[in-house]
Write a protein that binds this ligand. Structure first.
Ligand code: GBH
Length: 548
């Protein structure tokens, strides 16, 4: 045998080990109809891969005015009425302020080794500033962290998951640059009080949502609709706040506490509708630059906004009669200061869109969508979850992980991924069981087949909880919570078992005799493995014949 033949025989032997499985476990109908894309990959995640689950303070804690907690913008926004479905509020939510020990027990039972939660800024600093440190609030998080560690669960802590102290909103909130100092004081207080036990800090959860939904369309607190103008100022102050808090950690706490500080961004994956059409390719890329690059370019790349944002917003601003670009500029020192200020990239990923370009629109009033100039839409064949925006597209997470890796080359943690059901009592949550297996499988493909450095996966969410403007009408939890019962009892759904098994196996181990319990459609496509085997074997035989 020559070298070529040896390589061929070897690769034939190798394929069953790392190859795609014969039967796709999931087939996601769409116009591509691509069984190879949807094929299931058996295998395990790298050693030390982090398995986690997430919640956030306003969505689960309740106790909105207990023990000295200050008012947050979400308290104000939901209590005001008319902003949230059924006028639901987070006043009690899952009551985790009182039930955290029970929550930790649920995590323990699932085999979770990490837990991502957020600190409520107004619970520790009622008016947002160091003028008044609420020791009862500090004690709550100390107790939670201690309980986690007692159960061998490592905390991953988000500093800002949208519940700004109302007192800071009253002086302009994120639109006022004095917030940068206040945010830094708050972050530093958290490093001081909790940092010896927290190895992962996330400065912001989804700044895009804070900016666009909070200040562009006003659909989320604080309910401001100043699209195209204030949104860019808010984003500017968030980036500066993030960079400042990272430097504070880096300069003063890193050596002592040895943790990591990153930021979490959300994005739908954006796929060019026609991947052979350059306009569609450019539109998809522009969309991601406006969504991710807005934050990630300054933080992970060169300290500044993406070129495509700078040029588009400047030219549209001029046409609209503004004397300067609506996108603020960073000075050279600021760029230097922004650059490299994250130890990891946090990704929240749920769904996918197609992109096409639209005609340029330079009319007034200004707006983010006009600046971005991309038409996005979904495939009607994609299955919809309990939230109208959430189309189930597992391959999207693999493609966006590849995109992030190609742009920023950083370690990535999936800090949220999950699916909703409608507000019904359902413990056999088939849609969620399939979603987790399918999406996590695509993460495995990103690692094994594409070489992306993904270090952790976080399931949203541990519990059904307050789903922002949708209130309690959408359920994302692996545990059912009865919001009509004052005790807020939690009951495990079947997805708990599915996720626990993935955690226990550190991936997907093929059990030969059992047929998969969960299937969208039975694939009629021929098996990839069998095909590749036959091809390989024929090829080897032929090349043997030729060389004799
Ligand atoms: C994450 O946001 C959040 O971090 C988390 O708190 C939240 O519970 C979870 O996802 C599930 O939504 O109603 O059509 O106007 C993900 C971003 C924010 C995307 C809300 C959908 C509503 C769109 N999501 N958004 S719509």
């Amino acid at each position: 045998m020559d070298l070529l033949q040896m390589t061929l025989v070897f690769s034939c032997l190798l394929i069953p080990v790392i190859g795609l499985d014969e039967e796709p476990e999931f087939v996601y109908p769409d116009r591509f109809n691509d069984p190879e894309r949807d094929a299931f990959l058996y295998g395990t995640f790298p050693e030390g891969f982090i398995w986690s689950s997430a919640t956030s303070s306003y969505q689960i804690e309740g106790a909105w005015n207990e023990d000295g907690k200050g008012e947050s913008i979400w308290d104000r926004f939901s209590q005001e009425g008319g902003n949230v479905e059924n006028n639901d509020t987070g006043d009690v939510a899952c009551d985790s302020y009182h039930k955290y020990k029970e929550d930790v027990a649920l995590m323990k039972a699932m085999g979770l080794k990490y837990y991502r939660f957020s600190i409520s800024w107004p619970r520790v600093l009622p008016d947002g500033t160091l003028n008044n440190v609420n020791e009862a609030g500090i004690a709550y998080y100390n107790n939670l962290i201690d309980e986690l560690r007692l159960n061998d669960i490592t905390p991953m802590v988000t500093l800002y998951h949208w519940d700004l102290p109302q007192a800071l909103q009253d002086v302009g909130g994120w639109a006022n640059e004095t917030i940068i100092d206040h945010y830094n004081d708050y972050a530093e207080l958290c490093y001081q009080r909790f940092g010896s036990r927290v190895p992962f800090w996330i400065t912001f959860n989804e700044p895009w949502i804070v900016t666009l939904l909070g200040h562009g369309v006003g659909y989320f607190a604080p309910g401001i609709s100043e699209d195209g103008t204030t949104i860019y100022v808010v984003a500017h102050n968030i980036i500066k706040s993030h960079a400042r808090a990272w430097h504070t950690y880096n300069d003063t706490y890193r050596q002592l506490q040895n943790g990591q500080v990153g930021i979490t961004m959300n994005s739908d994956h954006v796929e060019p509708y026609d991947s052979t059409n350059q306009d569609h390719i450019d539109a998809a890329d522009r969309c991601l630059q406006f969504h991710f690059g807005w934050w990630a370019n300054p933080i992970f790349k060169n300290g500044d906004y993406p070129e495509v944002m700078k040029t588009s917003i400047a030219s549209k601003s001029a046409a609209q009669g503004f004397t300067k670009s609506r996108l603020p500029e960073f000075t050279e020192e600021e760029k230097e200061y922004n650059r490299g200020t994250a130890d990891f990239f946090g990704l929240n990923q749920y769904t996918t869109l197609y992109a096409n370009n639209t005609p340029d629109d330079e009319s007034n009033p200004p707006g983010y969508l006009k600046d971005r100039n991309v038409l996005t839409f979904v495939d009607e064949d994609w299955e919809t979850a309990g939230s109208s925006w959430l189309k189930i597209v597992p391959w999207g997470i693999r493609n966006i992980l590849k995109w992030i890796d190609s742009q920023y080359h950083v370690p990535i943690y999936v800090t949220e991924n999950g699916v909703s059901t409608h507000d019904v009592y359902e413990l056999d949550d088939v849609i969620r069981q399939k979603y987790y297996r399918a999406y996590i499988n695509e993460v495995l493909k990103a690692i094994k087949l594409d070489g992306v450095d993904v270090r952790g996966y976080t399931a949203w969410s541990l519990l059904d909880n307050f789903e922002w403007a949708s209130g309690y009408s959408e359920r994302f939890g692996m545990h059912y919570v009865d919001f009509n019962d004052p005790e807020r009892p939690r009951t495990a759904k079947e997805s708990v078992n599915v996720y626990s098994k993935i955690i226990a196996d550190n991936g997907f181990i093929k059990e030969v005799s059992t047929t998969p319990a969960t299937q969208y459609t039975t694939a009629s496509a021929p098996s990839i493995n069998i095909l590749s085997h036959i091809t390989c074997i024929c090829f080897c035989i032929l090349s043997n014949v030729w060389t004799q």
